[in-house]
Design a protein. Structure first.
Length: 422
């Protein structure tokens, strides 16, 4: 017998589904393999739902059970084991929930650091965060009437992995953007605040690490304004600064030279408008590419202006951009102050603008954190690791900069004191 012995028990008859059940299961102790330890397993199902509740097995602290066969580490020895059964059986929902070759379940395993096993509608979740993963599985089952892609799973993991409730649908008072993507809304409270700021202010600044949706949500708000005829055109710009490499002069006309720098904006437009619609809007001039270096002297009226990668602007460029806003226009500035590609020692225009504009009426500043990262769950962990390393480096530098305490030499005795001592 191993740790999993007895965990395949389920109520047999339907009349017992609405009653609490308990059962004792046996596990071997590593300290004494010949002695069986009895642990209590309980299963309680909801009387208002036909879905069977979880089977919970808690291993006592004084028992060191044998590890499961699936490479479980020592952290799983005190972990929680939950069972979840969905009813009535629905193979279509099951296929949508699990994904091709159970890929969706693998993403949930990685994000919560748990192990998921399933046989048809019966799921077993093992790990210290099994209860949070179970809540996510239940929420995803309710919307599994259509296929769930990896994007859907990873977006829900953004909140669920932080211990929050899955944000599957927009709240009643939450702004929803009308784009090609249905029900596009903020996935975290700060993203919702960011959308509200863009819709309610003429100038919005979005600061934060990569993957927090700064650029994508700004483009989504621009497309929404264009669809509602709130603006006449979209103006996209960013500084032409390479990330640590010098590629030299690029071939082609002005638009072709600046295209490589605006790829993130293009990707968002293709996703929200479609490739053909985006190309038609470019041909008509409704979407304009405006290099930051050539914007001096222009006044942009009735336009939605997006300045991306603003951390690579100089203070002069930032001031020049801010004074281009005309009547009926709205501007969004996005940037990540931890990824400045300017020459060493140069001041970022975004840093200066954040300090100067924080109390100006009509300007909103939203600061994102790693909690708001909506890319692959690994991205949030990478950003946190870099932040810890940077903070430790700053602490070491501050400690090294402190002057060492001066050692005072012992005072020599005066001749008078020496005579008195003799």
């Amino acid at each position: 017998l191993g740790l999993g012995h007895g965990l395949e028990w389920w109520p047999e008859s339907s009349e017992r589904l609405h009653k609490p059940h308990s059962r004792f299961v046996n596990t071997h102790c590593r300290d004494d393999p010949g002695r069986l330890h009895t642990a209590r397993a309980s299963c309680v199902s909801s009387p208002t739902s036909a879905r069977l509740g979880p089977l919970v097995v808690r291993i006592p602290h004084n028992c060191n059970p044998v590890a499961p066969h699936r490479g479980t580490t020592s952290s799983h020895l005190t972990s929680l084991i939950l069972k979840q059964q969905f009813s009535p059986p629905d193979n279509v929902r099951l296929a949508h929930l699990c994904g091709p070759l159970d890929e969706n379940l693998r993403q949930i395993e990685i994000a919560f650091d748990i192990v998921i096993r399933h046989r048809e509608q019966r799921f077993t979740l093992e790990g210290t965060r099994a209860r949070s993963a179970q809540a996510l599985l239940q929420a995803l089952w309710l919307r599994a009437d259509k296929a769930l892609g990896l994007d859907d799973i990873q977006l829900e993991l953004t909140q669920a992995a932080q211990g929050q409730e899955p944000n599957l649908h927009a709240a009643v008072d939450e702004p929803v953007l009308h784009t090609r993507r249905p029900n596009l809304h903020g996935r975290t409270p700060r993203q919702t605040e960011y959308i509200r700021s863009i819709l309610g202010h003429d100038l919005t600044v979005g600061l934060g690490p990569a993957g927090t949706g700064k650029t994508f949500l700004a483009v989504a708000c621009a497309v929404d304004a264009l669809e509602r005829n709130a603006v006449e055109r979209l103006v996209l710009t960013r500084p032409a600064v390479e990330a640590g490499e010098r590629l030299g002069f690029l071939p082609g006309d002005l638009a072709q030279k600046i295209d490589p720098y605006l790829r993130p904006l293009y990707d968002a437009l293709y996703d929200l408008l479609g490739f053909e619609s985006t190309q038609k809007l470019f041909e008509r001039g409704t979407i304009e590419i405006a290099p930051l270096a050539f914007m001096r002297g222009r006044t942009l009226n009735n336009a939605f202006i997006i300045l991306d990668e603003a951390q690579n602007t100089t203070p002069e460029q930032m001031k020049m951009f801010l004074t281009r806003i005309g009547f009926g226009s709205r501007a969004v500035i996005t940037g990540d102050l931890s990824q400045v590609d300017l020459p060493r020692g140069a001041l970022s225009g975004l840093t200066q603008a954040e300090r100067i504009l924080h109390d100006v009426r009509g300007v909103a500043i939203t600061r994102f954190t790693t909690v708001d990262v909506v890319r692959h769950p690994l991205v949030a962990r990478i950003v946190e690791a870099y932040e810890r390393a940077e903070s430790q480096a700053q602490e070491r530098a501050a400690t090294a900069a402190k002057p060492a305490p001066r050692k005072t030499a012992p005072r020599a005795k005066s001749p008078k004191s020496a005579q008195s001592a003799g």
